[in-house]
Structures are given as C-alpha cells and as structure tokens.
Ligand binder design. Structure first.
Ligand code: NDP
Length: 390
C-alpha cells in the first residue's frame, strides 16, 4: 500500500522533501469484524490550500486537526468500495470522502463518506466544482458578497478551484468581472474560457493600485479575496461605498513566518465584539484575540488620522469612509446549502453555462509536488492527483 507520509511539521514554504513515499505500507483489504466502515481503493485525491495549515502543529482555536508526522496525509478523495460493513455501501460503489493519501484505505469516519450520485459528470468534479471548492465559491459569492446585477467584481487567484467559479457565477448574474492570476496562460484562460470581462497578471504589475484603477475606474463593489497581503491592501484603496469583501483565503500569507500588514487578520480567538475607536496597534492586537463569528465595528481609527503612513494594512481606513463589509467565512458552515448548490451547478453544467478546468497530476508519487505547487501557482485550475483509474 503506497502512501504519502509527512516527515515532520513544516515551517515556511513546504518542499517535496517534507514528504516521502512509503512503498511498504501494509493493508488488509477487509473491514475488521466489529467495525462499521468500508475499505476503498483511492482513485483521485484533492490538493487544497487548507492542507498547509494541517502541516503545522495545531494551535488553540484551529478549526482543523493537524497531520501526524510519520503517517499518511489526508484530504478529500474519490474512491471505489472494495469491502463493506455498512448497510448503505456495497462492493463496487463509488464514493467521495475524506480519505488518506495512499492506494487503499479503511474508512470508518462515516460522516464524511458520501456515495457518488452523479455519474454523468467526471468523477473528479466531486472534489472541485461539485465538492468543497465549489460550495466555497457558491456560499462565498451568493451568501457573503450579496451580489447584484451590474456590480463590479474583482477576484484574486481567479483561475483556481474556487476563483474560476466565483467569476462565472458573477458573470451569470450580469456583473462586470475582473480576475488576477499569476501567468499569461491563466490570464488567457480567464478571458477566453471563463469569459471574465478582463484579467491581468499581478506578477507583472509593479503597482497593483494603478492596475486596479485601470480596470475599475469607478471602483470595486465586491472583492472575493483568495490571497490577502499586498493585493488586499491595494483593493482597499479601490472599494466603492457599501462594497463587500469576502475573505475566503489569504494564500500569500500561509507560508510566511511574519504575515504582512495587519498581521493577524486570519487568527481569531477571544473577543466577540470589538467596537474600534482607535485602529492601529490596538486593532492589530484585537485581531489576534477575536473569537469565531466575532464582529468588529470599525467606528474610528483615531490613532491613524495624523499619520502620513498608516500602520499595518495601510488602507483599512477605507472600511469606514466607504462603509465596507469585510467578512471572513468557512465553507464548513454552509453544508446545509449543499443540495441546493449541487442542483444549481449541475443544471448550469448541463446548459453549458459554466465550465471547469482541472489540472491532474498522475501517480501518488507525484502528489507532494502537486500539493506544494499550489503555493507557487504551478496548478492551472483545480489540482487533483490521479492514483488509479478504476
Ligand atoms: P487554487 O486552485 O486557486 O490554487 C492556489 C492558487 O493561489 C495558485 O495557483 C496561485 O495562483 C495562487 N497563489 C499562490 N501563492 C500566491 C501568492 N503568494 N500570492 C498570490 N496568489 C498566490 O486554490 P483554491 O481555489 O482551492 O483556494 C483559493 C483560496 O480559497 C485559498 O486561499 C484557500 O485557502 C481558500 N479557501 C477557503 C475556504 C473557506 O472555507 N474559507 C475553502 C476553500 C478554499 P496564481 O498563479 O494566480 O498566483
């Protein structure tokens, strides 16, 4: 049973050498007597940015458990049932589930075990457009962004698993949509395949503020943030009154020892409500201590009013004058929307209204390179690892 093993907790950018392939893993292909579960052959595995967080030692408030050094890593996958001791699953069934990065797995966490119901679309879709990234795009866009026809929408990491869908959803309701991505190939894809109005390569823009002003002379209504950091800073300068920022991810910060700007924007614990009158260092410290679903009313930032160069994420000040709603969200809280989401997306696919681009790495042994490629932009579309075709 070939397996992808994490050697130790990772600090900084993950490297291929942080993993090794164990070719001697043992595995009984029968569910042990007395257990309820299934033994599966893993077919496809999903590479997702949140897995970076699992490569670190868990900290208080973490929403997901860490990988165990010396053990196979895990994530979403599609698999075939080889043996079952569960009344709802039988040999030969296709499932999508949380599984381990190995050829064969015993799955006993039944909460995350789902039958593949839609066989008229590629199996891999259950990890992308019909899976967790798809629901993230759907919930993040429709629920968090409160979009309206004609609004100006900007998406970062726009060609990725989540971004490509957000852009297409926005086009479908009649928004003006611009995306940023890290290569010419991705920019071309955004314009030709996903039909964004415009797209640009952020790596070739010396001044992100100027680039955004070029594409949004009247400002941005909705920013779907996948990257955080400098791009967020530049976007804050260009938001329109009553704009909305859905803080989906901050991939530019995940591997940094000292995240940039307002350092703590994605680490909530402790405080439910912060009524901010001062901004600056206090806001920075409060952000370290916010609890899940906390709310910050940005009433004033008096510590910043007389500074030539405001501190931290310099442009947070714009939240006030433009009355922007900036809201973080986690897909896990939107699973109740799953049936509605799948029905909607399947009909869009059938009508040819949306398309989905995937990047499939072949072979479990190429999994680590595919996974860490998310952090260098190697993937073009949703990154998947093919373990076995059937
Ligand atoms: P993608 O398929 O978009 O892959 C990641 C992409 O991020 C890369 O291809 C790269 O594209 C871009 N990227 C990597 N490093 C940087 C950087 N330093 N600066 C800017 N861009 C960078 O991943 P997903 O679509 O799966 O995820 C997108 C975001 O959504 C992530 O931040 C992820 O953590 C988040 N997410 C959040 C969820 C939630 O519940 N809140 C659920 C799922 C995902 P490029 O070439 O364009 O730079």
């Amino acid at each position: 049973n070939k397996q992808v093993i994490l050697k130790d907790y990772v600090s900084g950018f993950p490297k291929e050498s942080d993993f090794y392939i164990n070719t001697n893993g043992t595995m009984k292909l029968k569910v042990p007597e007395g257990s309820i579960g299934v033994v599966v052959k893993n077919l496809y595995l999903s590479c997702d940015p949140y897995m970076r967080n699992r490569m670190k030692k868990a900290v208080a408030g973490s929403y997901i458990e860490s990988f165990k050094p010396g053990s196979p890593i895990s994530g979403y996958g599609v698999a075939k049932v080889l043996d079952s001791r569960h009344p709802d699953f039988k040999k030969g069934d296709l499932v999508w589930a949380r599984t381990r990065w190995e050829e064969y797995s015993l799955l006993t966490n039944l909460v995350t075990l789902n039958k593949v119901l839609h066989t008229d679309v590629p199996l891999t879709y259950h990890m992308g457009i019909l899976g967790m990234p798809g629901l993230t795009a759907y919930a993040g866009f429709y629920e968090v962004c409160s979009p309206m026809k004609g609004e100006y929408v900007f998406i970062s990491a726009a060609s990725g698993a989540v971004g490509q869908l957000v852009g297409q959803f926005a086009k479908l309701i009649g928004c003006y949509v611009v995306g940023s991505a890290g290569s010419k190939e991705k920019v071309d894809l955004l314009k030709s395949k996903f039909r964004f109005n415009e797209a640009f390569n952020y790596k070739e823009e010396p001044d992100l503020d100027a680039a955004l002003k070029r594409y949004f002379p009247e400002g941005i209504d909705i920013y779907f943030d996948n990257v955080g950091g400098k791009m967020l800073d530049a976007v804050l300068l260009n938001m329109r009154v009553h704009g909305r920022i859905a803080v989906c991810g901050m991939i530019s910060q995940y591997n940094l020892h000292n995240p940039e700007g307002v350092h703590n924007l994605y680490f909530p614990e402790g405080i439910d409500i912060y009524f901010d009158n001062v901004g600056g260092k206090m806001l920075d410290a409060v952000l370290l201590n916010m609890r899940v679903h906390g709310r910050i009313a940005v009433c004033g930032m008096i510590s910043q009013y007389n500074l030539h160069n405001p501190e931290g994420v310099h442009n947070l000040l714009h939240l006030i004058s433009k009355r922007i709603r900036m809201e973080g969200f986690l897909v896990f809280h939107y699973y109740h929307l799953y049936p509605k989401f799948v029905e909607q997306v399947l009909s869009y696919i059938a009508e040819g209204k949306i398309v989905y681009v995937e990047d499939i790495a072949e072979g479990l042994e190429n999994g680590p390179a595919a996974l860490i490629g998310l952090f260098t932009g190697r993937n073009v579309g949703k990154q998947i690892v093919l373990v076995a075709r059937e």
